[in-house]
Write a protein that binds this ligand. Sequence first.
Ligand code: C2O
Ligand code: CU
Ligand code: CU
Length: 517
Amino acid sequence: MQLSRRTMLLASAAWAVTALRPSYVHAQGSARPALPIPPELKADSGGMIRLDVQAGTMRFLGDRETPTFGINGPYLGPAVRLRRGEKVVARVNNNISEITTMHWHGLIIPGAADGGPHQTIPTGKWWQAELAIDQPAATLWFHPHDYPLTAGQVIRGVAGLMIIEDDESARLPLPARWGVDDIPLIIQDRRFTPNGEFFERMNYIAVVNGYVGDVALVNGAQYPEAHTARGWIRLRILNGSNARSYNLSTSDSRSLYVIGSDGGLLASPVELKQLLIHVGERFEVMVDARDGRAFDIITLPIAQDIMRLPPFDGPLPLVTIRPDGADGTGQLPPSLVALPAVPQQLPPLSQKLVMDMFRDKEGMGPLMKAGLPEMIKSGKTDPAVVARVVNLIVNDPVLSQADQLSSSGVNGKPFAIETINFSAPQNQDLHWQISEGSDLMLHPVHIHGCQFRIVSQDGKAPPPERAGWKDVAPISKGGVSEILVRFPHQAAKADPYMAHCHILEHEDSGMMAQFTV
Ligand code: C2O
Ligand code: CU
Ligand code: CU
């Protein structure tokens, strides 16, 4: 389960092969889908944003029709654009056959507007929330949060981007032409049934390991290509997968310059060759495409055995960037925004959140028996082992709702909609600690109603790309993260905030707590 030296060597060796093989970039002539660019949506003249959650169909693979859900379209949703200081009403119509909710992930708003599991929208009804935007420029997103239906609705396509601009971001010379040099990338993995439906199954394998797809989609397309400006390109990357982390890199070794994390721009760009992104996280990344040469954004194998099944057992290209358009106008500034310093002296620890898995044996045991850990250790993909593991993913029996909802927890208890787990004071700097129980799974922990700072991760300073505004704190290998958090708004008993693991199968099996402010 840990990123051993061997794993890293394996990743970099595979990486070298990639760089040497230009044909990797793709067979010429073969029709490739264009990268779909979510349409921008601003408030109308009445200050209203209308979102219709609807059913549809899409062709993801060949000519098989997949039944989908989307927002204002068949799959995924628009990119809602807001400015700091703006006040809008977002109205969400539920036109699908199940209860849903709409949560504004990363938005700092009162509990009553948050769209959590208490703000349900029955089929055929609408719900609206006043969103008064008062936070720095950032790439946020929105998705359903009904308990315990979140995983399934996100799999079928309900999710969209929310982009906030402010005076500071407008002043910086960053690329800002949507779909030209400012490119959204929503990365998701999916698996399909033989008749083309999305695979979805809540069994112990899923509840413990999370959703394991075998196809990578970017903005709903498989290995698409984007024609962009020739210049500096800004990628707004959302890991919108249910459970999978990605280790992003480029096919020709060009650097990724991280300029923003979940809740805002960083103090200065962070140059990386590889960027880990966990579910729910966003990074804004600049790439230098002034040379006009095409390259791929790829993902390298990560340190979780089941997530290294093919095609994620080697470098996998996600999207091709072809910078063959007009000259770009954006630049990479050496410094970005002033981030408030994290105080040396933290307030006393006021809240602990421990992520618990009660069924890891049931979810991991069969994988061990199937020979998965040995296969990963050997570094060679064995079709027989892969077949056994895929058979478990696909055929292991579906859990009863009672078994599902008691499989995971926070602080020893599964989520219960009628129980408020704790409360936090408003408008005060708080020191919280996030850790995990006895398991070694990675848990990207998300907290509503705030943007926080990671003060330490396993006793060390967080990596620079995670030192800015965050709403997801990843913990793994028995790790502990200390965060500094503040809640500017209230959340009452009827509309509490959530704190949960963003692996949606963990969330939907009880790894969530709720709190008032
Ligand atoms: Cu993105 Cu509580 O969720
Ligand atoms: Cu959220
Ligand atoms: Cu988790």
